[in-house]
Write a protein that binds this ligand. Structure first.
Ligand code: PBG
Ligand code: ZN
Length: 346
């Protein structure tokens, strides 16, 4: 006993000179001391969720008085702007500060005209939202899949998704969204060079102050299934593996992120979130800009389904999931749980 105390004193002295003290070990050190009451636990808690880091997605359809539940995403709807404005009021009253908008046009075509026409669903909705809620940060998802008759995220010819010809349409869509009042442009298509193309187009049209949140490391994930029901954006042939990333690749994800930063992204995103926490953490340690994570539709559906069956405690699971995404290093979290989480944070 005496000997071990002596050894510890000595090692503490050495540590002091190196300024890297090592903790004493059991029984001198007991990790449970700081866990013994809720107050102590709260005092030493390292990660706190904030309402202003949550972004709530909405699915907007054309027309009036439309509100259709999405069966695989309980609580989430496809809705027309009049209905959406009522939900947005609730969102604002809950203390949330930001929305992510997806549009579902009634007509799709081969040039995604709904994505860039002034009267397109997202453009007109952004105007309506900013008019009533000027302080909400409106993020516009920029992609072509919802607007294309074939459901791919770019121009298609001979059964192939073409990269370079897609860039000018994406840029045109981003400018139309900015002109309508979008506060942040969020390209989700995964074409090469889109951040540069969009940055240039925004700058040339007087939107040099509109930031880009790039879906940088977006994986070809099976977890987008429910979203494709919500956005009616499933590809009519083939799949998205030729442009979205292979879930097995982390080094490639870091290259995608670095390229988007070079091209002018203000915020980079990793998507999905929970299965890719390693990448959030790595991006956080390498880069200084804000990092967003998308807690996608499939992640939401899994929690909701288990909660509905009584297999999981929804509030505790959602809190744990979102805290974990933040702990890994995400500054911003896009999540369908945002309204519930905001309530629980109040
Ligand atoms: C479209 C887009 C998708 C999501 C966001 N934007 C689906 C896809 O790429 O097929 C997924 C969001 C979610 O699953 O919640 N480019
Ligand atoms: Zn798309």
């Amino acid at each position: 006993m005496e000997k071990s105390v002596l050894t510890q004193a000595t090692s503490r002295e050495i540590d002091n000179t190196l300024q890297t003290p090592t903790s004493p070990s059991y029984p001198h050190m007991r990790m449970r001391r700081l866990r013994s009451t809720p107050q102590l636990r709260s005092m030493v808690r390292e990660t706190h969720l904030r309402k202003d880091q949550l972004i709530y997605p909405l699915f907007l359809v054309e027309g009036n008085r439309k509100k259709k539940p999405i069966s695989s995403m309980p609580g989430i709807h496809q809705q027309s702007i009049d209905e959406a404005l009522r939900e947005i009021e609730e969102v604002a009253n809950l203390g949330l500060t930001s929305l992510l908008l997806f549009g579902i046009p009634s007509e799709k075509d081969s040039e995604a005209s709904g994505a860039w026409k002034e009267e397109g669903i997202i453009q007109s909705s952004i105007q309506a939202i900013k008019k009533e809620f000027p302080h909400l940060v409106v993020v516009a998802d920029t992609c072509l899949c919802e607007y294309m008759d074939h459901g791919h995220c770019g121009i298609v010819a001979d059964g192939k998704v073409l990269n370079d010809p897609s860039l000018s349409i994406l840029a045109k869509s981003a400018v139309a969204q900015a002109r309508a009042g979008a506060d942040i442009i969020a390209p989700s298509d995964m074409m090469d060079g889109r951040i540069q193309a969009i940055r240039n187009a925004l700058d040339q049209n007087g939107f040099e102050n509109i930031p880009i949140m790039a879906y940088s490391a977006k994986f070809a994930s099976a977890m987008y299934g429910p979203f494709r029901e919500a956005a009616e954006s499933a590809p009519q042939f083939g799949d998205r593996h030729g442009y979205q990333m292979d879930p097995a690749n982390s080094r490639e994800a870091m290259r995608e992120i670095a390229l988007d930063i070079q091209e002018g992204a203000d915020i980079v995103m990793i998507k999905p979130a929970l299965p890719y926490l390693d990448l959030i953490k790595e991006a956080r340690s390498v880069h200084k800009l804000p990092i967003a994570a998308y807690n996608v539709s499939g992640e939401y559906a899994m929690v909701k389904a288990a909660a509905e069956k009584g297999w999981l405690d929804e509030r505790r699971v959602v809190t744990e999931v979102l805290v974990s995404i933040a702990r890994a290093g995400a500054d911003l979290i896009i999540t369908y749980h945002a309204k519930d989480m905001a309530r629980w944070l109040s």
